[in-house]
Unconditional design. Structure first.
Length: 224
């Protein structure tokens, strides 16, 4: 057997068996070309910077920051409060109209006994109208802050202040069912004043600016 090392592969610029290795630097690819590109690595030749390359099938979460140290994508507390106030005014104004009409009808012919201070001749139709107004108020609130948030990500108030509600896990919409559940939890919390206050203030110290009712359904509010 020969002790001589095998000759270097043939390159067009250098004679075969020249006894010297090809110089380091840019020279033609080896016979057969480069090996197939492996998933998860940037294309050969540096056509795409490492910091911008995304392997096949990868997508940046809709709710995550675009780069480390970037601005928070979560909606601020004042924006959330502003959206809630607008939503409350929308349904509250409608209910107020029913209340005014109902009171006018109920007491249009009423009179007060000066001796007993009893009110007489009150029309019960007025209170029926107020009751209907309350049902309309609830229906509008469910549609706006429940179903609309679940299917569009935004109530009317949230749309005006520029925030939207999505799933914390994948950034997708909640859906009508989870949107209604989120509204129902908010309504039940509102029946207990101390719980309602904690629920409203919770985003001030939460790392994702979530309320308690957000955490129950796994939702986050983002800047739209």
């Amino acid at each position: 057997m020969s002790d001589q090392p095998p000759p270097y592969p043939e390159y067009p610029e250098y004679p075969q068996g020249g006894g010297q290795p090809p110089p380091q630097g840019n020279y033609p690819p080896p016979p057969g070309g480069y090996p197939p590109q492996q998933p998860g690595y940037p294309p050969q030749g540096g056509s795409q910077p490492w910091g911008q390359y995304q392997p096949p099938g990868y997508s940046q979460p809709a709710y995550g920051p675009a780069y480390p140290g970037g601005p928070s994508p979560y909606a601020g507390w004042w924006h959330r409060v502003g959206g809630a106030v607008i939503d409350g005014l929308i349904s509250g104004v409608v209910f107020g109209v029913f209340v005014i009409i109902g009171m006018m009808i109920a007491f249009r012919d009423a009179w007060v006994d000066s001796y007993t201070d009893d009110v007489h001749n009150v029309d019960p139709l007025g209170f029926v109208i107020i009751g209907i107004g309350f049902l309309v108020f609830v229906a509008i609130d469910i549609w706006n802050r429940g179903l609309r948030v679940g299917t569009k990500g935004q109530s009317l108030g949230k749309q005006l202040v520029g925030i939207r509600v999505v799933r914390a896990q994948d950034g997708n919409l909640l859906g009508a069912g989870s949107g209604f559940l989120r509204w129902l939890i908010t309504f039940l919390f509102g029946l207990i004043s101390c719980v309602s206050i904690i629920d409203v203030l919770w985003p001030l110290w939460d790392d994702k600016n979530q309320t308690l009712h957000d955490k129950v359904v796994g939702a986050v509010a983002l800047r739209a």
